[in-house]
Design a protein around this ligand. Sequence first.
Ligand code: ZN
Length: 137
Amino acid sequence: MRCRCHSRKLEKRCCGRFHTGSPAPTPELLMRSRYAAYAKGLTGYIQQTTDPSGPHYYEDDGEWTDSLTRFCQGTRFTGLDILAAPEPVGDTATVRFHAHLEQGETDASFTEDSVFHRKDGRWLYHSAVPNTDVQGT
Ligand SMILES: [Zn+2]
């Protein structure tokens, strides 16, 4: 089975390793594995790889799981382009990507600079920097 991050690799040789517990060694690989996790509805993985000190972490696990599940079920994850993944500076990194998403008849694709922090040897998603120059409007 091909990986849902659209790498064209086999899932077990791509993001599957990270979904089953290996730490993603780079922010880019974590980013890919989170996209694939959304595509597969692996809400636990999304939660485990979100930095508790960031704005996307919710104390209410149940409500968070429900909202992630609704998002995953209502969205088709049709492609992922990593646009830039510069070397991390210490324990902080950014990855610019374009996520291709469809929700019903609507194109919900977006470009984002994601900020990642490394804690205890694991990269975690912290927050998004709005990317106005790429998105236009
Ligand atoms: Zn993958």
